[in-house]
Structures are given as structure tokens and as C-alpha cells.
Design a protein around this ligand. Structure first.
Ligand code: FAD
Ligand code: NAD
Length: 466
């Protein structure tokens, strides 16, 4: 048997790769993880989930102080001003602490961090910074990068046309931010800069925001964001962006074609999706081909078509979410160690961290109806005592259940804490719960989670509070 330096080499230290590395080490394997970034944690910790949530949280506090929310509780403030540099610094502090935390966990679990970009020499050998490293099993966890918009040049340093990384690091509040793409990034980062004082216009190609989410949720979200002062331009495409000095001029037209118009802005955020990242990986050296969407295909056990090479996270099909990558990281390590890893790809919650939050798990009503007869029940947050007391009336919880068995097929919520509420729904789906199971489970009062119980009661036709 060949003699390898490591049992497992993981390429990429994002939520997929770093979790796989730690789990493999916990299972007694000798593990190395290559990543060329200055700090561990991948997109999520460095330029994704964590910095965006730090700015969302900070900007929410600022908005509460200036938009009259505090006043509703009888809290009087003097003039409130924004120290953007300090807000950006607290974001950097969070990123530093969390990426440093992964470095600590690597040391604790004896995972070797190879600091550099890896390129395949053969299926068991990669080159990192000119050094050759061998491993019995190699996991590709190289993540994703921003999808470019043809004809539009992003320059994060200039700060006029930016991608998500640039929009997280702006040193001034734009006067007018145009967001191209009404998806998760566009709405989260659009919310940050709207709250801090920018005029925000979101241009979305489709006829609704947030593709992939439940239809009711998409419609309600558009209403809420409009109420918050965002201008939403649906069924509209951007055909070009010309930059002159600090001003961008966008050319817009209806998605179906029609009259062209222009829009000027001092900042443009391109957020039309992300695509798998495999640049420089040398996949041709091991004969590993990508599918039509540029993804690496794997079996349910995350094996690629090349023996000894596995893949997880954003680089393979499925939602591009950190927790999906993490779950796959645990599972791939377990498979490599000869155990059975489990990821239920039908039960991966999705959350948009705007205010209110928007979350869902399982099937949308549209997808469920295509499969068979369903019962649907909606409970408004306005009728939930805690949401009402907290002055958070927007949103609802919607439960979709099989018409005959009342087994829960999907749950969608718009609520201030929808991201936390959806965990219960995910557990219910994972355990194959019926709506009655949720309805007869005691929920603490007064909590937002009671809205899920009431929506579940509605499937049987007996909610109490509406
Ligand atoms: P990544 O996190 O992309 O990590 C891949 C790593 O591989 C990178 O560090 C890269 O440097 C490294 N790499 C690439 N090629 C090589 C190579 N050849 N050699 C060595 N290293 C290499 N998801 C959520 O679930 N919740 C959120 O709130 C959320 N917010 C987001 C906000 C933003 C602005 C963005 C952009 C994304 C957000 N996401 C969120 C998505 C989330 O970041 C990704 O789904 C997640 O990071 C994917 O993990 P991964 O391990 O597959 O890849
Ligand atoms: P997205 O797929 O969520 O949204 C992109 C949007 O751009 C879509 O609505 C699409 O119709 C639209 N679009 C595409 N081309 C367009 C064009 N030419 N003009 C106008 N609109 C156009 O992608 P994203 O917002 O860039 O996010 C990328 C990924 O990052 C997502 O897969 C998401 O899962 C992940 N992410 C997750 C979170 C979270 O979990 N909270 C946060 C940020 C990012």
C-alpha cells in the first residue's frame, strides 16, 4: 500500500473544509487543510455570513435609534450620529475572533494548516506553494465566487461598482445604491445601507424577489421592503453600467424587452448569484469534469468520479449555504473514516437576515401542490402576543401539510426571529412530524414560536388566537 503524508487532505478551509478537517481529526485521521487566505473560515467567516451579520446587527441598532422605534418604548435620544468606521471595526473584530477560533480548533485537533493554494498533480498528490503533499483521500471544498455580470466591471477598491465583498467594506454611506439582483445578498446588504441612510433601488430580473422561496413569502417580502423605503424594480434587467469618476450610469430595460432607461448612482452592487470556484485547482490533471453549471458532481457519499477524491459545499450541487457545507463536511469525514455520514438535503433551512427575517424549510406551497393535495395554514405575527408587544407586526408563519396524513411538508416564516423559529420546523420535518405533533407540543408563552404552533393548529382547523 502506498505511503502517504496524510490520511486526508482538504482543499479549502470554509465551513465545509474546516469542519471536515476537524471531524476527520476527531475520528483519528492525520489531516491537513490547504487554504491560501490570510485567515481560516473561507467565504463565510471572512467575507460572507459573519461580516454581513455584524453590519446587519449594527445597522439595525442604528435604525432603531433614528427611526422612532426607541421612541415607541418611551426612550428619548438626543441627536444620533453614525460612526461608520467604528461600525466597520466591530465587524472586523467579530471576523478576527471567529477566524482565530478556527485556527485554535485546528491546533487543538492537530490539523495541519497548509497556507497556500493547492493544485492537483495527481489524485493523491497536490502542490501547495511549490511543495508536494500526498494524501490517501483528498476533499475538494473550494467554495464559490461571485457570478460576474457580462459587460460590468467590479472594482471593490474604487467603491463605485462593487460585489458583496466591496459592499461589506464601504467607507462611506452611498447616496444612491443600486443593487442588481433581488436575492439574498442584494436584500441583506441593501438593508444595511438603507438603514444607514442610503437611497436603495433593487433591480430584479424576475417578477418577484427571492427566487426559490415560497410565493406568498416573496410577495410579502416585496411589500415589507417597499414599506422600509427600498425602491423595487421587478421584471427589469440591467444591460450596462458606465462609470465616470464617482458616478455610475446604469442602462435598464424590461426583462421581456422594451423601452430603455437610465439610472445614476454613486454605488452599484452586483449580486446576481455565485458560482463554484475551481480556478487553478488543476482538475484536468485528475480527469475530473464539471457539469453544465460548473459544479462537481458527487454521489450521496460525496465521492467524485475519481477514486480517492471527494467534494462538498458550494462547489457541488445544492443550496450555497454555510450549514449545508458544514453538514457535508461532517458526513464526508465520516464516510472517509469508514462510517456512514448523513445529510438530509430535503431539510436544509434557508434564512434571509433582514428585518423581519425570512426563513423556510422543506417544500414551497407551489412545489408541494405539484406533488399532490395539500392543506395550508397561515398565522399572522400580528396575532402573536410577543410580536405584538415588541411592536413587530409584520409577517406570518405558513405550514404546508399533506392533505391526507397532515404530515408537514414545508414551513415558511416572516418574523423578527424567523431564523431561530425555523429550527423547530426543521426538526419537525426531520422527524416526519404531522401538524398535530407541533400543535400538541407545549410552546412557551409569550414567544414568537407560538405562531408556528397556531399555524400548525390551523391545519386541523382549530387555531385559538384568530
Ligand atoms: P467557502 O466558504 O467559499 O470556502 C472555500 C475556501 O477555499 C476559501 O477560503 C478559498 O480561499 C479556498 N480555496 C479555493 N480554492 C483553493 C485552492 N485551490 N487551494 C486552497 N484553498 C482554496 N450562508 C449561510 O448559510 N448563511 C449566511 O448568512 C450567509 N451569508 C452570506 C453572505 C455573503 C455576503 C456571502 C458571499 C455568502 C453568504 N453565505 C451564507 C454563503 C456561505 O458563505 C457559503 O455557502 C459557504 O461559505 C460555503 O462554504 P464552502 O466551505 O463550500 O466554501
Ligand atoms: P441569489 O441567487 O440569491 O440572487 C440573485 C438574484 O439576481 C436572483 O433573484 C436573480 O433572478 C437576479 N438576477 C440574475 N441576473 C440578473 C440581472 N442581469 N439583472 C437583475 N437581476 C438578476 O444570489 P445572491 O444574492 O448573489 O447570493 C449568492 C448565494 O449566496 C446564494 O446562493 C445564497 O444562498 C448565498 N447567501 C446566503 C445568505 C443567507 O443564507 N442568509 C446570505 C447571502 C448569500
Amino acid at each position: 500500500m502506498a505511503d502517504y503524508q496524510y490520511d486526508v487532505l482538504i482543499i479549502g478551509a470554509g465551513p465545509g473544509g474546516y469542519v471536515a478537517a476537524i471531524r476527520a481529526a476527531q475520528l483519528g485521521l492525520k489531516v491537513a487543510c490547504a487554504d491560501g487566505r490570510e485567515t481560516l473560515g473561507g467565504t463565510c467567516l471572512n467575507v460572507g455570513c459573519i461580516p454581513s451579520k455584524a453590519l446587519l446587527h449594527g445597522s439595525e441598532k442604528f435604525a432603531e435609534a433614528v427611526d422612532g422605534t426607541f421612541a415607541k418604548y418611551g426612550i428619548k435620544t438626543g441627536p444620533v450620529t453614525l460612526d461608520l468606521a467604528a461600525m466597520q471595526q466591530q465587524k472586523l473584530d467579530s471576523v478576527k475572533q471567529l477566524t482565530g477560533g478556527i485556527e485554535f480548533l485546528f491546533k487543538k485537533n492537530k490539523v495541519t494548516w497548509l497556507k497556500g493554494y493547492a493544485s492537483f498533480v495527481d489524485a493523491h498528490t497536490v502542490s501547495v506553494n511549490g511543495e508536494t503533499v500526498t494524501a490517501r483521500d483528498v476533499v475538494i471544498a473550494t467554495g464559490s465566487s461571485v457570478t460576474p455580470l457580462p459587460g460590468v466591471t467590479v472594482d471593490n477598491d474604487a467603491g463605485v461598482v462593487v460585489d458583496s465583498t466591496g459592499a461589506l467594506a464601504l467607507e462611506r454611506v452611498p447616496e444612491h445604491l443600486v443593487v442588481i439582483g433581488g436575492g439574498v445578498i442584494g436584500l441583506e446588504l441593501g438593508s444595511v445601507w438603507r438603514r444607514l441612510g442610503a437611497k436603495v433601488t433593487v433591480v430584479e430580473f424576475l417578477d418577484q424577489l427571492l427566487p426559490g422561496m415560497d410565493g406568498d413569502v416573496r410577495k410579502e417580502a416585496a411589500k415589507i421592503f417597499k414599506k422600509q423605503g427600498m425602491e423595487i424594480r421587478l421584471s427589469t434587467k440591467v444591460t450596462g453600467v458606465a462609470v465616470k469618476g464617482k458616478t455610475a450610469t446604469l442602462t435598464l430595460e424590461p426583462s421581456a424587452g422594451g423601452t430603455v432607461e437610465t439610472l445614476s448612482a454613486d454605488c452599484v452592487l452586483v449580486a446576481i448569484g455565485r458560482r463554484p470556484f475551481v480556478d487553478g485547482l488543476g482538475l484536468e490533471k485528475i480527469g475530473l469534469e464539471l457539469n453544465k453549471r460548473g459544479q462537481i458532481e458527487t454521489g450521496h457519499d460525496f465521492r467524485t468520479s475519481v477514486p480517492g477524491v471527494w467534494a462538498i459545499g458550494d462547489v457541488i450541487p445544492g443550496p450555497m449555504l454555510a450549514h449545508k457545507a458544514e453538514d457535508e463536511g461532517v458526513a464526508v469525514a465520516e464516510f472517509i473514516a469508514g462510517q456512514t455520514g448523513i445529510v438530509n438535503h430535503n431539510v436544509i433551512p434557508g434564512v434571509v437576515y433582514t428585518f423581519p427575517e425570512i426563513a423556510g424549510v422543506g417544500l414551497t406551497e407551489e412545489a408541494a401542490r405539484e406533488k399532490g393535495e395539500v392543506k395550508v395554514s397561515k398565522f399572522p405575527m400580528l396575532a402573536n402576543s410577543r410580536a405584538k408587544t415588541n411592536h413587530e407586526p409584520d409577517g406570518f408563519v405558513k405550514v404546508i401539510a399533506d392533505a391526507k396524513t397532515e404530515r408537514v411538508l414545508g414551513v415558511w416564516c416572516i418574523a423578527s426571529v424567523a431564523g431561530s423559529m425555523i429550527a423547530e420546523a426543521a426538526l419537525a420535518l426531520e422527524f416526519g412530524a404531522t401538524a398535530e405533533d407541533i400543535a400538541y407540543t407545549s410552546h412557551a408563552h409569550p414567544t414568537h414560536a407560538e405562531a408556528l404552533k397556531e399555524a400548525a393548529m390551523g391545519i386541523g382547523g382549530k387555531p385559538i388566537h384568530i
